[in-house]
Design a protein around this ligand. Sequence first.
Ligand SMILES: CC(C)(CO)C(=O)C(=O)O
Length: 380
Amino acid sequence: MTRTGTRIHILGIGSIGTLVAHHLQLSSPAQPMSLLVRSPNTFPTSLSSTRGSVKTTSSGYNIESSISSSPSLSDRPIKSLLIATKTTQTSSALEPLIHRLNENSVITLLQNGMGVYQELISNFFQDERQRPHFILGTTPHAVSPSEQKGQIYHHSAVGDGFIKWGLVHDSSKNIGETTLEDWLWDYRSKDAHISSQHLEKLEIPNGRDDLVHLKDTMASLLDMNDLNSQLLPYEDLNHAILLKLVVNAAVNPLTAILGRGQITNGKLKEIPYGINIVDQIVKESSEILLKYLDLESAVPMYLEKFGYENLKKIVYDTIEATRLNTTSMAVDIREKRKTEIDYINGYLVKMGEELGFKTDINRMICDMIKFIEEEQKLSN
Ligand SMILES: CC(C)(CO)C(=O)C(=O)O
């Protein structure tokens, strides 16, 4: 489907970034897209993904430099930027591009963990008049890199997995009294399914070019049917991100600590000592989140969702579905890289502390991962 030409730039062409770039290009071939990479000269001009026994390839990307020291770094404004970097690298990766972003731009974040949005606001966009639109996303699609740059393995079976997106509320961007969420849903019930065709029919109010970029970006994101891409009201999206946070808090650091990158997720269930620790992390995380949601005055249905038994089921099901995977954090430890612990268990600790709540288990998990990180740094 042809859009009005809002070019989407993608920053962070790791496994998830490659998956999304590839599917955006396959589902919207006329969509202009740029991949922002450190070494444009050696980056392939096509991407491919192998799902089951089927390999698909996409091409037609502009390959641009993402680093400030490069003479080929363009100065043209970026209308839409999708960020799929590691949480730990987001601020430094974004810095050379900041002068190309403004209040008409759209930034889409698709990452594990939480806290990057707040970090970017505080580092770069404190003035809300110059703040871009922000879309946040979450996905359980399991992807791993192949030995070849630009090629990935997509482990989620066809039909499995989803990507959920939501628009961060920003009252300075309202259309008169109307919030952008109301505009996007066109006054329908918030349970209504929003398709790209629906978005394309929305009228852009005079003087609001920023909404052209927002609408185009969302329509392209929603066209990725193979990834089961959905737009949710922000409150629902926030709950989906919190559920994923608990999965990552319970699974990722344990596989990293207990296996140092050598065990797959399934081992946590096969060996009962593993699941005992999983349970303790889930229990404490559930208590923190229930307290948080109570303060946010969420409806009882959601409170049930974050109860210990339901969270345990979600975590166990994810371990089962990804039993042959190695978590991203275990791989980081194996490769002696900095992990995303501050944005996962560290985020839960911060949340708990702000609520005056006990966070001993998540804090101990953070300390263990940080111990390994330090020890690896010293022995390097
Ligand atoms: C779902 C899970 C735990 C799959 O490994 C993951 O998100 C990760 O590795 O970061």
